[in-house]
Design a protein around this ligand. Structure first.
Ligand SMILES: [Zn+2]
Length: 160
């Protein structure tokens, strides 16, 4: 029993020593959506040859996995690069609430006019997120379309 113990050593220890270094933190989330790969400037034959079954007229669905990474130095008062709960809310507001259970060709305003390939989606998602990341800076948007296929974007300044 420890009923008479006073403050624990965890409360009295100094915990505000800063460490120098940049760290990447990542939030993973999911959404389900349908899409069709089609370039309306090209012929039906070109689209079938280019996209195969991904060009099926009524579309198809994916269980997308989205990973958003932020890089920065841990804040000396919190130890966080960014509060991952805050990052979760930004991703929800800017992307998953707007894409989940939607048709990406028709239902999502910020995807209007683009071919919703994984490649284009990560650039569009970056553009949706970057202005809202106030702690650290956006490092990578990674989208898994299937367990085997993913696209990742490191921003307009990155050279891959
Ligand atoms: Zn697809």
């Amino acid at each position: 029993m420890c009923a008479r113990s006073s403050r624990s050593s965890l409360e009295t220890a100094t915990t505000n020593r800063s460490l120098d270094g940049e760290v990447v933190v990542t939030r993973r989330t999911h959404f389900n959506a349908s899409h069709r790969l089609v370039n309306t400037d090209r012929s039906a034959r070109w689209n079938r040859n280019t996209y195969g079954s991904c060009n099926n007229p009524n579309g198809h669905g994916h269980n997308y996995v989205l990973e958003v990474s932020v890089v920065g130095r841990p804040d000396s008062s919190t130890g966080y690069v960014i509060d991952l709960g805050e990052l979760k809310e930004i991703i929800g507001r800017q992307i998953t609430d707007r894409c989940d259970h939607r048709n990406l060709n028709l239902d999502v305003d910020f995807l209007s006019g683009i071919i919703p390939s994984a490649e284009n989606l990560v650039i569009a998602f970056w553009n949706q997120l970057a202005p809202h990341i106030m702690k650290g800076r956006l490092h990578c948007v990674r989208l898994w379309e299937t367990e085997r296929n993913r696209a990742e974007y490191f921003g307009p300044a990155a050279q891959v």
